[in-house]
Design a protein around this ligand. Structure first.
Ligand SMILES: [Zn+2]
Ligand SMILES: [Zn+2]
Length: 235
């Protein structure tokens, strides 16, 4: 199942230009099987989520993107904002109490030296520093592909995942319709509800997919086939 784990809608996320209905229609159109609504420090009501699911005949799951002092955390299983959530360790404690899951969103932020190439002398010290951050101890997975991150930034996140042996997810972090369908996470097993999602996030039975790159590759292959001379069929 192809799921976008990280999206924002207006007006709940004040930096988003996407209405929830528009997001869902576009997600279906992009070939996704489900999506998670993860507003900034704002929790969806379970009733509203199930209304959206029914109206669109599409699986919508509730999550949240919590702004902590250390990083932005995508949390699954929590239901309301509690004072103290500005600390990652506190979020981790709450999530563990309810048997939820945490993904570190765009882990390159605050760590990646802007514009740096791996050849740059700042690159590997920054990577080492990032990996030493206790932040990653709270994570069930990290976002190795963020739809709004650059190729270099996401490559840095992938290096963090590799070094720390953390599972990697991909998500659009959509704030506008142009962001939808850029990337998503492919789960091996069927996910029907939030509990299934949390269980699968903890097993690591998924992989990050760059949908934009894949569709470009498929289009190029198709183009190549069209340009190639027709193959002769055996007589
Ligand atoms: Zn964020
Ligand atoms: Zn976000």
């Amino acid at each position: 199942m192809l799921i976008d784990l990280h999206t924002h809608t207006a007006p709940r996320s004040d930096d988003s230009y996407l209405e929830p209905d528009e997001l869902i229609v576009q997600a279906k159109h992009a070939g996704l099987d489900a999506l998670c609504l993860t507003e900034h420090d704002w929790f969806w009501d379970a009733g509203e989520i199930s209304e959206l699911c029914q109206r669109h005949d599409f699986l919508v799951l509730p999550g949240v993107e919590i702004t902590t002092e250390e990083a932005h955390l995508l949390a699954f299983g929590l239901e309301k904002y509690i004072f103290g959530m500005h600390r990652a360790s506190f979020v981790k404690r709450l999530v563990d109490e309810v048997g939820g899951a945490i993904i570190v969103a765009h882990p390159y932020r605050r760590h990646f030296p802007i514009g740096a190439e791996p050849e740059d002398e700042r690159y590997y010290p920054a990577l080492t520093r990032a990996c030493e951050s206790p932040l990653f101890q709270v994570a069930d997975a990290i976002e190795v592909l963020n739809g709004r991150g650059s190729e270099k930034e996401n490559a840095f996140s992938q290096e963090i995942g590799r070094k720390l042996n953390l599972s990697g997810v991909a998500a659009s972090d959509a704030h506008s319709s142009a962001d939808i369908g850029s990337c998503a996470t492919l789960f091996q097993r069927k996910i029907s509800n939030l509990q299934d999602l949390i269980a699968e996030l903890k097993t690591g039975r998924f992989r990050a997919v760059n949908l934009a790159a894949e569709s470009k590759r498929i289009a190029q292959q198709r183009e190549g086939r069209e340009q190639a001379p027709p193959s002769t069929s055996p007589s």
